[in-house]
Design a protein around this ligand. Structure first.
Ligand code: PGA
Length: 256
């Protein structure tokens, strides 16, 4: 049984002091349980403050929103896996569609980042997803399969358990137009099948496949009720402690 994973991707929101206030508020509203793992992914500048604000009553894992694949060197403006590790990060979001679209990231570089994360025992959350044009052209499976296999190229089967995949249709991110649970389920099935074929069913089994794209307190339960959907990557709705706490509760409510 895969432990459900709820990730809050703060994107470019909240200063360090706002992060502290958020963590205290969330800790008061959300309940920690053994069957759901919560990851907070603030901007780099708020990682340490968020970690220090953690209370025993509400443990969470810290995630970064990106990293650079080299450990150190002349790479102005970049942050490396060892730097994130030392701050207490356990996860890192990689290949988010905003990084692909706005910052020109491509599969090859994303793959180097996945490898760097694994090398330093950071768990990559690899984001993949099709555009609306690609979906309408019937290309969804082809696109997500390609992104999945390129993103994970060279990853050994025994390392797969550390990887989470976030299926985020580009057309659903920040638009208020979430995929339906059926649409997400169909893609998640494809992804797990591809993992099992490329590696093997045993290594593919522990990989958590999350849905992301306009997840809200209202629709989270529909996604999290599906056995194929192991959690959610939440953007807009994770910024409000009450909304995020409600989404965490939806993950707990799933039986089985
Ligand atoms: P959204 O963002 O929930 O605001 O659609 C999700 C994401 O980009 O990870």
């Amino acid at each position: 049984m895969r432990k459900r994973l709820i990730v809050g991707n703060w994107k470019l929101h909240k200063t360090a002091s706002e992060a502290v206030a958020f963590v205290y508020r969330l800790s008061a509203l959300a309940q920690a349980t053994d069957d759901v793992e919560v990851v907070l992914a603030p901007p780099f500048t708020a990682l340490q403050a968020a970690a220090q604000a953690e209370l025993p009553a509400f443990p969470f894992a810290l995630g970064a929103q990106n990293l650079f694949w080299e450990d150190k060197g002349a790479f102005t403006g970049e942050v490396s896996a060892p730097m994130l590790k030392e701050l207490g990060c356990r996860y890192v979001i990689l290949g988010h569609s905003e990084r692909r679209r706005i910052f020109g990231e491509q599969d090859e570089g994303i793959n180097k980042k996945v490898q760097a994360a694994l090398r330093h025992v950071l768990r990559p959350i690899l984001c993949i997803g099709e555009t609306l044009t690609e979906r309408e052209a019937g290309q969804t499976d082809r696109i997500v399969t390609h992104q999945l296999l390129r993103g994970l190229e060279g990853v050994a089967g025994e390392s797969l358990a550390a990887v989470a995949i976030a299926y985020e249709p580009v057309w659903a991110i920040g638009t208020g137009q979430a995929a339906s649970a059926d649409q997400a389920t169909a893609v998640h099935r494809t992804l797990r099948k591809v993992l099992a074929e490329r590696w093997n069913a045993r290594d593919a089994e522990p990989v958590r496949i999350l849905y992301g794209g306009s997840v809200t307190p209202e629709n989270a339960g529909q996604f999290l009720a599906a056995p194929e959907i192991d959690g959610a990557l939440v953007g807009g709705a994770c910024l409000d402690p009450q909304s995020f706490a409600t989404i965490i509760t939806s993950a707990r409510a799933r039986q089985g």
